[in-house]
Structures are given as C-alpha cells and as structure tokens.
Ligand binder design. Structure first.
Ligand code: MG
Length: 373
C-alpha cells in the first residue's frame, strides 16, 4: 500500500520549510538498532511519539518541578513545565526555521531523568550512590531512553534517533564536548531557562512565598511591569502579575530571536557543520543576561532556599534515602526487571533506577508501606 505523503513528501516539506542550518530528518545519523523508515512519520516525529508514550514521560505528571504537591495545586509539575518548555521552544524553532519535530522531541525529553522531589531527590540519591558513581538526572535520562524503558520487543530502550541521544550525551559531558549542540537543542535549553525563570516566580507568588512588591524590585520584573503599564496604566495586583508574566515570556522570546539571528549572521552560519563549530548561537542578548542573572539570584535566595521548601526538602530526602536503604537490604522486593538488571549493573544502581523512576506520590506510599509493622 502506498500512503499519501510518505518519506519523499516529508523530505520535500522539510526542504521548503527549514533553514540551511536546521537539522533535516533525511540527514539523521539513524538509530542504534536498525528499523525500517515509517511510511508517513519522519524519524523525529517518531521519536516525539515514543517519548510521549513512555512510562517515564507519564510519570512526569506526578513529579516535583520545584514545589511538591502538598503546597497547593496551582504550581507547575515536571510535566506541565515540560509542556511549557515545548511550547516556547517550538515558537523559537518555527521562527528560526529549525526542525520543529526535533525541537519538540528534545523538549519533551529534556527533564525525563528527574527523580521524585526534584533536585532534593537528586541530591539524596547521589549521596546514597556516591560510591557507585553518584546520580545525575542527565545520566539517568540516558539510561531511561537507552535501557530502562522496555516498550518494544526488538530492542531495549526507545531506540531514538542519534541526534537525541547525542544531545543527552552532550548534557552530561558539557565541559569537554568537542562540538556545539544542534540549534534545535540550543533552542530547548534557552526555552527551559525562559520558562523556569518566569514560572518559578509565578508559582512562588501564588504559594505566598514571596510578594509581588519584592519581585518588582528585580530589574527584569520592574522593566516588564513598565512595559505593561505603558499599555494598561491601571493594572494592579493579580491582573498586573498575569500581564507581567506574559510580557516576560514574550520579551525573552523576542530577545532570543533577535540575539540569535544576530549571532547566526555574525558567525556566518549556513549549515549544520557551521553550527557545530561556532560558539553557541541561541543566547539572550547582553542586555537580557544581566537582569536574568539577578532574577535567578533572587529566586535562589528567596524561593529555592525558603524555609518552607527546605523543610519539605529534608522530608523528601529522608523518604528517598530510607526507601533506598530498605530496598538495598531487601532486594527481593524489587520488581523483577530491576532485580534482573541488578545482576548486570550492580544492586545499588538498580535500586537507584527504581527509586528514581517513582513519582512523588508512589515514593511516599512505598515509604509508608515499609514503615508498617
Ligand atoms: Mg526543565
């Protein structure tokens, strides 16, 4: 059966839409395990779909981004943050004429390896695994996509295209990477930063950890509020806050586009090979970097180090570490696949994999179960 479209149509579509420096799907380096091309989905569409259908992706819905579930129900989870990043990244990708399917797949993958309870959980697992190489969410994401996800009979992992695996490798070996990430990957990192700088502040406001007046003392929020007031002079409180949030995202995205187009021209980028050799192209402008840094410092001191969060952090860490210790001394209570892999990867790593894969809620339930007499 010949389907309308098919690979040649997808190639023609990309040729008409993508810039010369975009990663086209016909130029993919392929997958570790050979698979026939799909009749009507491009390789990166397929990667995106595999990510969406993975168990690790679904579990993002009950994993902490910054604030745990018991603080309220307004704030972002790891999943909604991921969707916001994908939305911003696609806007950037389309405006820059990059490969949107690849951008979306990379965005959906970008936080896949986070354990329960965000960075508190990561630190707790890293401490318990310190004698076995520690734990990092970036390394864990690579294990997930290459090994732990078991969804297809023909191969372990998701067998994603090389460009996604390479992006994840580059996150791990950032410092000694020989070449620059694809623009599609650079766009996702920039979108991630725009999203969390804005949304962590919004969530913290909603949860009452900080006040709008405090945020308006940072230059980014002050300037955004001025821009809003130029159009709507009388906005106050909640209305002002929402308008400033929109302005902040819009302003950062516009700034990224201007700055990136400038750098693409400055470095004479005309191909993927040029992207690989040039300095990072997707960066905020010099004028945006300073106030962004100031906001991040503010968030670090006033939000991430807030006493309410530090208390939750301690409880979360105790929960994960006690679970880890209990499973290490009773490996027979591990699910079968983890027990099998323990023979290959060592019991501590496999226990770490299992605990890291849990949602916040499941970790708390399991922890409570272990404490039952
Ligand atoms: Mg993120």
């Amino acid at each position: 059966m010949t389907l309308p479209g098919g690979a040649p149509a997808a190639d023609a579509r990309e040729r008409s839409l993508l810039a010369a420096y975009a990663q086209s799907s016909s130029e993919t380096a392929g997958r570790r395990h050979l698979e026939p091309p799909h009749p009507y989905r491009s390789p990166y569409q397929r990667d995106r779909d595999r990510l969406v259908h993975s168990a690790a992706f679904r579990r993002l819905s009950q994993k902490t981004q910054v604030f745990t579930g018991d603080l309220g129900d307004y704030h972002r989870t790891r999943l909604t943050h991921t969707l916001e990043v994908a939305s911003i990244a696609r806007t950037l990708g389309r405006a820059l004429r990059l490969n949107e399917d690849l951008v979306e797949a990379l965005a959906l993958m970008h936080d896949l390896g986070h354990p329960p309870f965000g960075h508190a959980g990561e630190d707790a697992l890293s401490e318990r695994l310190s004698a076995w190489g520690g734990f990092s969410h970036n390394r864990h994401a690579l294990r997930l996509i290459e090994k732990l996800e078991q969804r297809y009979p023909a191969f372990p992992g998701l067998n994603l295209s090389w460009e996604l695996v390479e992006c994840q490798e580059a996150r791990i070996h950032k410092a000694d990477s020989l070449w620059r990430p694809l623009l599609e990957a650079q766009v996702v990192d920039a979108a991630d930063s725009a999203a969390y700088d804005t949304h962590d502040a919004d969530d913290a406001l909603e949860l009452g950890l900080i006040r709008l007046e405090d945020l308006l003392e940072t230059s980014l929020w002050r300037q955004a509020a001025q821009r809003v007031r130029a159009r709507y002079a009388d906005l106050r409180g909640q209305e002002l806050r929402r308008a400033v949030l929109h302005e902040l995202i819009d302003w950062q995205v516009s700034d990224l586009l201007r700055s990136t187009n400038g750098r693409l021209a400055e470095f004479g980028i005309a191909s993927v090979a040029d992207v690989r050799r040039a300095p990072l192209c997707v960066r905020p402008s010099a004028e945006m970097r300073e106030p962004k840094h100031e906001l991040e410092q503010f968030l670090f001191l006033r939000v991430y180090r807030h006493p309410d969060l530090l208390r939750v952090r301690q409880e979360a860490q105790a929960c994960l570490q006690e679970l880890f210790d209990a499973l290490l001394s009773h490996p027979e209570r591990l699910p079968e696949a983890y027990l099998r892999r323990a023979a290959e990867d060592g019991l501590p790593r496999s226990v770490g994999d299992y605990v890291a894969g849990m949602t916040d809620r499941f970790a708390l339930q399991e922890h409570a179960r272990w404490r039952e007499p």
